[in-house]
Ligand binder design. Sequence first.
Ligand code: IVH
Length: 700
Amino acid sequence: MNAREEIDRLTEKLKMYQDKYYKEGISLIPDSEYDRLSDHLAALEREHPDLQHPDSPTKRVGSDLTNDFPEVRHTIPVLSLDKAYSDGAVLDFFNRSIQKEGGLLSFAAEEKIDGISMVLYYEKGVLVRAVTRGNGEIGNDVTPNIMTMPSVPLSLPESIDIAVRGEVYLGKEDFLRLNEAETDESKRAANPRNLAAGTVRRQKSSEARRVPLTIFCYEGFWDDKDSTPQDHLHILAKLKALGFRINPHLAFFSSDAETARRKLDEAGLDGEAYAFSDIDGFIRKKAEERAGLPYEIDGLVFKINELDVRERFGYTEHHPRWAIAYKFDAPQAEARLLGITVQVGRTGRITPVAEITPTKLGGSTIRRATLHNQEYIDELELAIGDTVSISKRGDVIPAVENVIEKNTDGNTVYRLPHDCPCCHTPIVQVGGLQFCPDYDCPDQVKGRISYFASADQMDIETLGPKTVALLYDAGILKGIEDIYTADFTAAASLPGMGEKSIGQLEKGIRESLSRPFVTVLSSLGVAEIGRKTAQMLVENGFDSIDRILEAADLKDPSAFASIPGFGSVMGERIIEAFSSPRLRETIEALRKAGLHLDAASDQVEEKAEDQVFSGQVWCITGSFKAFNPRSKALREIEKRGGRTVSSVTSKTTHLLAGEGGGSKRKEAERLGVQIVTEEEFLSAIGAGTERGEDGQLLLF
Ligand code: IVH
């Protein structure tokens, strides 16, 4: 028998033993015999690496080679979930969705596993990559570690391209056992999630294998849209049939329990069937069952079942609009409400903010929390001096949850003022929200300018909110359009300004002239148009401001409403915003200043740049003095025609190496990739640095 035949035969045989063992719990041969065969196959594979099968059972064993988890870009949106903290909020989500769709919907309810989010990518039925969620766009490739998990199929019974999302977790008992066995106390993990996270990132997969991680899969994305099952239940059924591990604790909600049961049956799935009105009982029951589960859950996930509806609802930048996570418990603390301040945002929205006694919660000290609007205050029956419970929603945003004890000062429920606290114009109600209707309200104008100049928008480095306020109060900046026409020399006498910072400011403003159209569009401050919406508009044919203005003139919301995820209300709002004479004046002023108001002009500009890095492939590692965040360095490379990649391969031509940065540098040395220091890079792009007033290094 030649090597190929022997490798094929052993692979086949060991795969069969594994399947029997992991899927049916049947051991066909003694462990020692299995290990012997597996070692033999591994040795043959080392001798003939090209003959190794991509789903070889030896990959389950792991290796002692160091993993360096290269960064890779996801090919599906890997978003988080919007959160709800009460059964009312979940019911609200059901009702809102049904109303928006204008027809009946069903919802799947799943346990929200407290583990590590993972995307498994299969090509032609073979697992090619397992990638962590990362920032939702780029995650770490942890394939060798995930391949050691028996619950992750290395190959599928069908030759399909599919991405599967799931949660990798460690059972409670396994966690306790492993943690107790750990003699070094400093190495003990605080909870199963942390131990699972550490394991997923272990440098040696042979060690990751020792921790019995497992996975529940809950979403599938088919490359071939025609093969996509019709709804969520059928996706789960299909994933199960393909060999993925699905959480059996599934519940399903329809207008009545019989319909829910029928749909579960049709998909061939076991699960509990409920009517929408059962929601509070269901949540209570799950909360009671939680402690008895063999794994940790931190909530429940409710998802619209129908896929065409999901597509219509679309996504925000952070979460799908077709799902919501009910979180069991946000950590809470007690505080006293000292007062309520009222803020005016850039869109005129009035937001009451609770000023509370400084309170430690989840590792930080909280002094303020948003109260959203009058309705929220009324619901809490909140008065100044009350003792309240506060939480961190989504583990970050402080919120006032409840009144624990009423004040004894005789204060009654707080009411927002009738007039804008900034410009004293009477406040108006829109929906349940309060707005200052005066476009020229100083707080709104300052907010609009600061937003326009912020790092995520036009990125005018030295034009932060403080400088904006200073320039506005001095009468130098009265609106966005003034940024490009104002004479800043008059600002030299303002506190903290000086000639040098004015030079910086003017340079930042000049540079912002080259921002692409999509950035200009999202920077205008139209409430509905953030980065993602702007991108969608451009991708769907609205690739110049004139196209948008023309569509607004026609007053036909369907022009916008037909864009996936937009809807007619959004269409109407966009038309209303772009019909405003004030916004149109601003746009015309920006056009005069030479900003890109047309996607076609973006390319012309790019070509005009000095393409010194054209044909080169750059990777970056470590941290930098002049490029913080690091993406700034990437931008400099791309502007000059270079391509940027997230890992060093034989195709990489340059590695820009900052401080720190280990494995990429080693790989670059090994492959003979040119390593460039920050200083060398700065001189290559013809830039120098100097310190700004806040001590940060600035490019010039
Ligand atoms: S669905 C677009 N289902 O919770 C699909 N997520 O807080 C969005 N999670 O990042 C995810 N169990 O890692 C979904 N049954 C479940 C889940 C689940 C746990 C995690 C997931 C997500 C996070 C959001």
